[in-house]
Design a binder for this molecule. Sequence first.
Ligand SMILES: [Zn+2]
Length: 277
Amino acid sequence: MQTLVLGDLELTAVSDGTYFLDGGGYFGVVPKKLWEKKAPANQDNLVPTGLNSVVVRNGKQTILIETGIGNKLSDKMAKIYGQPAKLIDNLASAGIAPDDIDIVINSHLHFDHCGWNTVRHGDAVVPTFPNAKYYAQHGEWEHAHQNQRDSPSYLTENYDPLVKSGQMTLLRGDQEIVPGVSVRVYPGHTRDMQAILLRSGGKAACYISDLIPTSAHIELNWVMAFDLYPVETIESRKRYYAEALAGKWLTMFTHDPAIPWAYLEKDGKGKLIAQTP
Ligand SMILES: [Zn+2]
């Protein structure tokens, strides 16, 4: 478990474990000969994929960014992806109980990003974090209810009970959640995927989610085949890199199995590299 101090904020990287994605889906048009050097695949072409959440503490509130896969997958989905379900144990190891979480922010509502939002309790689906206010984008929630290419990735029980009870707030575009913690929409992976931007003491960190899922994806054109709008992914990355490199932002990776965060820099040849703190 890694921790880091960013101004007045304390960041803790907490994982829900490792699951598996097909390397072709993961790296899109990039030839396997190139990507397998950075992300070795197994005999079934599956690449181990991290499920990184970040806990942010500001002295008043405990904020959880992203909630992994959770423990409610169907047998069929668990067979395809695995269902490590380690987040609650790993939070406990960091001294954090579900009751302690004041705010949950989901970058988007695909099953591997909001799975621990809720748990099953008998026949009911209840919030895992009973005291938390949850946040997601309104456009993302609308999209989750449209029958589109990625609809198998949306499991309504991860968010609809929270929207219905009023515990989840649906945001419309860029917004500050609490001082120093804001969200920014970066279209590409989905139309309304949001990154979570932290600022304190002149420093910044950004949970960039599936816009740049791992440190192996930082090359501008290394875009996932899962992305609904790959050309917009590249445009959003340009916008992100311009700010993040100039401002020396810490980039937090949602799916990197080894590196939860790194500073992105250009090497002598102008190639982007990830430097761990
Ligand atoms: Zn996604």
